[in-house]
Design a protein around this ligand. Sequence first.
Ligand SMILES: [Zn+2]
Length: 308
Amino acid sequence: MIIKPRFESEELKVLRYLYRRLELSAKDENHYLNLEKGTAGELQFDRMLENLPDDWIHLNDLLLENNNTMFQIDAVLISSNTIYIFEVKNYEGDYYIENERWYSLTSKAEIKSPLLQLQRSETLLRGILKELGFNIPIKPNLVFVNPGFQLYQAPKNLSAIFPAQLNRFIEKLKDTPAATKARNMRFAEQLISRCLKENPYLRIPEYTYEQLEKGIPCLSCSSFLAPFRQGTLICKECGSKEELESAVLRSVDEFRTLFPERKVTSNDIYEWCSIISSTKVIQRILSRNYEIRGHGKYSFYVSKQDQN
Ligand SMILES: [Zn+2]
């Protein structure tokens, strides 16, 4: 059972919105695309783990700290006598290992060793286990999910699961008795309670409201939708359709994520969407879905969940 689900990171959300509305530097763009790819890989692995029997304790995306050192684990499985930790990589292309260093075969450039990253997480997690009084072995695994990945000169004993081995690995786990013990559940809960809420080291470029391109990007292909009159919004690029209300609410979400300090007003959202015929339409949608505060031209909208 999944005790801790995976949430999309704030960093990825912001970068995804900025990517469509701002010319990112090559470095930021690269960082964003890597994040997007990494997340897709993690979700792919999540779907495979969903096939496990319900007595497996399954935790996702743990951001922890031990000895003032922060570390992140993509996925954790707890069975009766082993803790499996997974570092999931969606690498594509050819790589090789030489003298314990990892390189891309095409560019010959050295990449950060995922193995070192995994070993570091293992050591730090072991420290936490000891602190919590749990004496249970940790089994670290690198997981490569992309079928287009090839690693040369990998030592035979590398703790890695390659794409062609993934199904077999899951099948093997299915045959392993997980037998949830109350003790393990307690440990999982303690681990979750130690998780940090947000990574303080986000890499988001600076941006201002004025810099960003206004409009509503298509839900499917991200190109900006054309000015709109009535009925359903239809993307000229890919033909996908969306109800006006859903498109506006999506834009409000983007606005609130990108500018959490700004008030949501109908005028701002009108400008932000840029293709809606009048502020009246925006007002109608906002008042149906948000709580209105203040009066007249000073009124603004807050989410019905956080009304404080
Ligand atoms: Zn489209």
